[in-house]
Design a protein around this ligand. Sequence first.
Ligand code: NDP
Length: 318
Amino acid sequence: MSQLAEHVKCLIIGSGPAGYTAAIYAARADMHPILYTGIVPGGQLTQTTEVDNFPGYPEGITGPVMMQDLQKQAEKFGTEVRFGYVTSVDFSGPVHEVTIDETTVIKADTVIIATGATAKWLGLESEQKYNGFGVSACAVCDGFFYRGEDVAIVGAGDTAAEEATYLAKLCRKVHMLVRRDEFRASKAMVHRVLNTPNIEIHYNTEAKEVLGDGQVVNALRVLNNVTGEESDIPVMGFFVAIGHKPNTELFTDWLDMDINGYLVTKPGSTQTNREGIFAAGDVQDHIFRQAITAAGSGCMAALEAERYLAAKEHMVLN
Ligand code: NDP
């Protein structure tokens, strides 16, 4: 089967801002990229509502429309966008093999991995019901909509601590739900939270239910897991900050990852530990996780892939 496999210069896995931006640059550099969308074409942004912080959209834009625009732009320059899911990879040789939907093998000189990360959710039905209508997993994306209001956030790691202090600058009050009697976050981050007057910490407290009027959120039902007492906190927004999971299971046997499963790239670069394999966007970034930073690293990946191919061709010619 592999003898008949399609051979491409540049294969892009993932269809978020990192993947499409890599596609725009790779296509304009005549690398004829093929982009596989994955199961959720457009990635995490298709599950958000308004995106107000991507430069160039003074009126804002919805996540799904922005992703359609990025796809159109990538296709305009010759990217072939295909619906399909990568089920395995073999990065053992100089030419990389990627299997789509368990059947189609593609050989690629360069691979740009932009498979993103998935926010972890509590698993409450009401949390999904109000997702995008008061429930969010990104304070930087959605905090703005709750200026002057009361909000709640669940989580006690560095992300939750960072997002709580970010929200505290915008919101009247931030209720922070910590399920144990202590934080997991670093001392410095905890110090910032404790010194922010409008953050109220609820220790030993779990979110039980997101309450609303059917359209938007208006309160959060919480449980004190020591006393067993339940109460409702009136809030307009509820932020879930209990961690993200990078979509990297496919690459475990081949690429270096950090302890949380994020792909490791060379500092200042998108180069992984394997030649010709680049990683862009949230799959390698657990710190910034923004559409614009993902797009930036997608651009870097395409430029680095182009340079890698040019250097290889130069070596063959000489
Ligand atoms: P973490 O895994 O570090 O923390 C997750 C937090 O969510 C924990 O406090 C955990 O509670 C809590 N949690 C998990 N499940 C639930 C649940 N069902 N209900 C209530 N609470 C829950 O994830 P982060 O995203 O915070 O951080 C990931 C990595 O990124 C870390 O290594 C972190 O240091 C790093 N990071 C660094 C930053 C920086 O340097 N500026 C910024 C952000 C992240 P419990 O503690 O009880 O397990």
